[in-house]
Design a protein around this ligand. Structure first.
Ligand code: AKG
Length: 292
C-alpha cells in the first residue's frame, strides 16, 4: 500500500510490483487492535526538512527554552505547544490527506485538533517509564473506541540511538480486560507481558496512536536533538484536561488568527472550531509556557 504500513512493518509492493492504494480503513483498524499504526510517507519530507524543521528549531530555541529552561518531561525532555501559525497549520501538516482519512475513520469526520504540540529529546536524555499521557475517561474500563489520537511526526529520521518512541501493542485493551478497579492502579498494569517496538521512522513517516496506548521516549545517546511534532486530535466531545494543562503546566489556550483560519481550505477549518479566533488587530496570546 502506498506509503502506508498499517501492519507496523515496511511498506509493501503488491505481487506484480505495483503499489496498492492506501487503505485508511485498514490503518484505523490496526490502531483499534494494536493501539498504534505507522503510516509511511504521509507528509512531504522536503517540506518537513526545509520549512517545518527550521521554524520549529527557531521556535524552540528562541521562545520555548528561554521561557522554560527546566525540562518538563524528565531530564533533557520537553513537551512544548506549537503556535497556530505557519508553517505549523499548513494543510500539508495538519491536513495531510492520508492522516486525515485515518482520523475520519477513528474519530468521525467532525474531529477537532485538541492540541498542537511537540516532543523534544535532547542529547543524553534517558529512557522514560512506560505511560499514557492523560487518564482514561472512566474508572471502570469500558471497551470504548478511540476518542483521542496522537499523530507523531518526527523532524529527523528516528534511529535506534536518537530516542525513538517505544509502543506497547495492544496496551489500550490491557485495562479493559484487567481486574483493576481505579485509575490510580492504571500505571501498575503488567504491560511487560505485551510486545513492544521502538519504532524507527524516516522523515515523512508518522505514527498514529490511541491516547490510551502505553509508550515511552527512549534514550537519546547521540549528540543531536530529536524533535518530533505531536498533534493531538479527538472526537468533538472529548476534552483534554485543559485546566491542568493551563494552570499546572502553563500551556496557553489554543488560539488562531482569523486571517490564518480563513486561508485554510474549508474542509480543514472545522478542526479549529474550539480554538479562540483572534481578530486581525488582536495579538495571539503568547503561545509558550510561562516561566516555571
Ligand atoms: O519523546 C518521545 O518519544 C515520547 C515522549 C513522551 O511520551 C512524553 O514525554 O510523555
Amino acid at each position: 500500500m502506498e506509503g502506508a504500513d498499517a501492519s507496523g512493518r515496511a511498506s509493501q509492493l503488491t505481487a506484480d510490483g505495483t503499489k496498492a492504494l492506501f487503505d485508511a480503513g485498514r490503518a484505523a483498524r490496526v490502531v483499534g487492535m494494536n493501539g498504534y499504526c505507522i503510516v509511511r510517507s504521509a507528509i512531504d519530507p522536503t517540506f518537513l526538512r526545509d520549512t517545518v524543521r527550521p521554524a520549529f528549531d527557531a521556535h524552540f530555541t528562541s521562545v520555548v527554552l528561554p521561557r522554560r529552561p527546566q525540562p518538563n518531561r524528565g531530564p533533557g525532555r520537553y513537551q512544548a505547544v506549537l503556535p497556530l501559525t505557519a508553517p505549523f497549520i499548513d494543510p500539508r501538516l495538519v491536513g495531510a490527506d492520508m492522516i486525515v482519512r485515518v482520523l475520519d475513520h477513528l474519530l468521525g469526520p467532525d474531529f477537532v485538533l485538541s492540541l498542537a504540540s511537540s516532543h523534544v529529546a535532547l542529547p543524553g536524555c534517558e529512557q522514560q517509564e512506560p505511560h499514557i499521557d492523560y487518564e482514561p475517561l472512566f474508572d471502570t474500563f469500558l471497551p470504548l473506541p478511540p476518542y483521542c489520537v496522537y499523530v507523531h511526526i518526527p523532524l529527523v529520521d528516528l534511529t535506534p540511538d536518537n530516542g525513538p518512541t517505544e509502543f506497547w501493542s495492544g496496551s489500550p485493551h490491557m485495562a479493559i480486560s484487567s481486574v483493576i478497579s481505579s485509575l490510580r492502579e492504571f500505571s501498575s498494569l503488567p504491560i511487560d507481558v505485551l510486545p513492544s517496538d521502538k519504532v524507527l521512522l524516516n522523515v515523512g513517516d508518522v505514527v498514529i496512536k490511541d491516547m490510551r496506548c502505553f509508550h515511552r521516549g527512549t534514550a537519546n545517546t547521540t549528540d543531536q536533538a530529536r524533535p518530533m511534532l505531536s498533534l493531538i486530535y479527538s472526537r468533538k466531545w472529548y476534552r483534554l484536561p485543559y485546566e491542568k494543562l493551563y494552570k499546572e503546566e502553563g500551556y496557553p489556550p489554543m488560539a488562531i488568527k482569523k486571517k490564518d483560519l480563513d486561508r485554510l481550505p474549508p474542509h480543514l477549518q472545522p478542526m479549529f472550531r474550539f480554538c479562540r479566533v483572534a481578530e486581525p488587530e488582536q495579538a495571539l496570546e503568547d503561545q509558550t509556557q510561562p516561566s516555571a
